[in-house]
Design a protein around this ligand. Structure first.
Ligand code: ADP
Ligand code: MG
Length: 691
């Protein structure tokens, strides 16, 4: 039996020695199969000669004609012009770089065959630096197939890619391993993997090039479908593996959480009650909970976390709550201590700033179980941290953490052979399509209701020339006892510049508004100083807080009801929504002023208009995905999660649901196939799932 292609190393191919194999492996290509998945970026039609009279600007074409003269001209740039004629017209070949020998080789009366992109030039239609040959056969692909152009790096010519893929294609009948049964494919995509790959490497002439360029050709969609299905399988397997472990089943009704409920100054919204109910139901099982709670900004996720923690602590287990920043961790510690300390819960805040001695005490307390609730940043992940009996790990604002960190955390929760339950809370609603692919390993609860008494935030767009009016508006609000944020947005390349901008704005506003107490917070302040500023603002000792986007997530000061965001056009919609969510938390009517710099691109206008039109985080998240694509939305740190070879979540959204469905069937009826698919499409899949 032939060796399957995923087990044939590239060195099995003719002309591939150790040197080339090493270069290929740097591109992630180790096996013959990997080579088959290295698909062309685009195609050239070299299957026929275009009559010169029919050449169209902007189109790549093979052209053949007789040389009518070649001269060096001295225009703006010295160039060699060669006129080529056939019986339908003439065209000019233009060279900016050329040798004497080259010039001498272009003799009047010779026949040339060229390939290049036709452009409109000063002398009519031109080919700039075309490939050309005197011999008349070499330029033409005589097999009637389009010429593939592969993604490449230095040292790899297209010729070499073609040579490699040609050999790989010849081995296709050795087998790609078990294939997806036709019945699992959507009707329009029923073609074998081998046929689809063959087609995409060497499409026949006459195929719809536009469709191929857009990635919507049925053969491309066939691959995208299988890829999405395989990703879904891998996430499900991840989940299944985690859930093979046992977890402490906390079945008794939580007395501590009931006490907390009675102490709260408000009653939970229906959506919060449902979320708590989902969580408590999961915690009662002897399997680790893997639940994602999504709720729009201000929907009250913190108290849901507190209820979960109280339930677990009431059962004699510890809880760890992780936040992405020091400011947030501190704020959570404040909120939770206010609620839980009166009930006798022993808690600690652990960040990278915690003094050594205190840290040692906390570590000891976590290890012997004296501390029941630990709140912190990723410092809680560190190896030196050991828990006595960790029952629940809560991750707030999940989009800042990746799958790997989530797994590391689950390891931490390993005690007495059992794993901790996991609760993940996102600040930014995740579009449905993304949730289905990137978070298929999690159960999902949505908090779709805001606490009562909130008035929707009014958002306006104001251009920079009206800055003085905006400052006056801030002045008025502060004099009336309200508080405001002035956000200087992140200049992507440099956090430094960003802090400087905030410092300058702070100075300018302090001067312009002498009777307003203006504070400043940015990423370069020491954590202790940041906390001091936040506390002062929270206690109403500052009226106006100039900030960078460090206040983006989670900060909660209900009395703040006005926010100015400078250069909002620089931010993504989800991020703007997060920022804006810092106001509108109290009962006063809140306003958000998007102070943009003119002129705005059409695209920026459309985005900012969305902010004005809706306060619904889910609508905004969908729009953001549509405008920016999934990579950006999840943030660079998580981009690895959704790196697809073929599929594109936006373009292929319609395939997600059928792929998810098919994944279920594969697991139920073709368990071995699942492994093949995961190995085929996720080279790191094993590593991830084994963690
Ligand atoms: P987020 O979901 O953005 O993390 P928070 O947990 O910070 O929201 O809650 C926002 C504010 O709403 C907090 O001040 C919180 O105390 C308050 N809050 C939460 N739940 C309720 C409720 N059911 N009724 C009234 N206020 C609530
Ligand atoms: Mg929050």
């Amino acid at each position: 039996m032939a060796t399957p292609l995923d087990q044939q190393p590239v060195t099995a191919l003719k002309g591939v020695g150790p040197g080339l194999a090493k270069k290929l492996s740097q591109l992630g290509i180790a096996s013959v199969q990997d080579l088959l998945f290295h698909l062309p970026l685009r195609y050239q039609d070299r299957t026929r000669i275009t009559p010169i009279g029919a050449a169209q600007p902007g189109v790549e074409a093979v052209i053949e004609g007789t040389i009518r003269g070649a001269d060096v001209v001295f225009g703006r740039r010295r160039s060699l012009l060669c006129r080529l004629q056939d019986n339908t017209g003439t065209i000019t070949l233009r060279f900016f770089h050329f040798s004497k020998a080259q010039q001498a080789g272009l003799k009047t009366g010779d026949t040339l065959r060229c390939f290049g992109e036709v452009r409109r030039g000063s002398a009519g239609l031109e080919l700039v630096h075309p490939e050309y040959r005197h011999t008349t056969t070499a330029m033409l692909a005589d097999d009637g197939r389009l010429t593939p152009i592969y993604p490449t790096t230095a040292g790899f010519t297209q010729q070499r890619w073609r040579m490699l893929t040609e050999q790989a294609l010849a081995r296709l009948d050795h087998g790609l391993g078990q294939s997806l049964p036709d019945a699992l494919l959507p009707d329009a995509l029923r073609v074998s993997l081998a046929d689809a790959l063959h087609f995409l490497h060497r499409p026949p002439r006459g195929v719809d090039l536009k469709q191929l360029a857009e990635g919507v050709h049925p053969f491309q969609q066939r691959l995208a479908f299988e890829e999405l299905l395989s990703h879904n399988l891998s996430l499900r397997r991840l989940r299944a593996r985690l859930q093979q472990h046992s977890a402490p089943a906390m079945k008794a009704p939580g007395q501590l959480s009931q006490q907390l409920l009675q102490r709260l100054p408000f009653t939970l919204t229906g959506a919060q009650q449902r979320a708590v109910h989902d969580i408590v139901t999961d915690l009662a099982k002897a399997q680790p909970m893997l639940r994602l709670v999504q709720g729009d900004v201000g929907s009250g996720k913190t108290v849901v976390a507190a209820m979960a923690a109280a339930h677990v602590i009431g059962h004699g287990y510890q809880t760890a709550l992780m936040a992405p920043t020091e400011v947030l961790a501190t704020q959570h510690a404040n909120a939770l201590s206010q609620w839980l300390q009166p009930l006798g819960v022993r808690m600690a805040l652990l960040t990278s700033q915690t003094p050594k001695k205190q840290k040692a005490e906390i570590l000891a307390g976590l290890q012997d179980g004296d501390i029941q609730l630990a709140i912190g940043t990723h410092a809680l992940f560190q190896e030196s941290v050991c828990f006595h009996r960790l029952g629940l790990a809560i991750i707030d604002e999940q989009h800042r953490f990746g799958v790997h960190q989530r797994l590391a955390l689950s390891e931490k929760g390993q005690s007495e052979g059992a794993r901790a339950h996991q609760l993940i809370m996102t600040a930014t609603p995740i579009p449905r399509t993304l949730a289905m692919s990137a978070y298929a390993d999690l159960d999902n609860t949505i908090i779709d209701e805001l606490p009562p008494g909130r008035t929707p935030i009014q958002t306006v767009l104001v251009d920079n020339s009206r800055r003085d009016e905006v400052i006056e508006r801030v002045h008025k609000a502060c004099r009336e006892g309200r508080q405001a944020y002035w956000v200087c947005t992140l200049i992507e390349e440099s956090e430094e510049l960003d802090c400087e901008a905030a410092e300058a704005t702070h100075a300018a506003l302090s001067t312009a508004l002498p009777d307003v107490r203006v504070g400043l917070i940015h990423g370069r302040l020491k954590p202790a100083d940041k906390n001091a500023v936040m506390t002062a603002f929270k206690h109403g000792e500052l009226d106006l807080l100039v900030a960078t986007t460090v206040i983006e997530v989670g900060v909660d000061v209900p009395n703040a009801s006005l926010m100015i965001i400078e250069n909002p056009e620089r931010l993504g919609l989800a991020q703007l929504h997060q920022l804006r969510g810092r106001v509108g938390r109290g009962s006063a009517e809140s306003h958000c002023v998007l102070l943009y710099a003119k002129p705005l691109s059409h695209y920026a206008k459309e985005r900012l208009a969305t902010m004005r039109e809706t306060n619904d985080g889910f609508v905004i998240a969908e729009k953001d995905l549509e405008l920016r694509g999934p990579g950006e939305l999840l943030g660079a740190r998580q981009a690895g999660l959704v790196q697809f070879r073929i599929a594109d979540l936006q373009r292929d959204a319609a395939l997600l649901e059928p792929a998810r469905h098919a994944a279920e069937t594969v697991l139920q009826q073709h368990a071995a196939l699942a492994e093949t698919l995961i190995a085929r499409w996720l080279p790191d899949g094993e590593r991830l799932a084994g963690a």
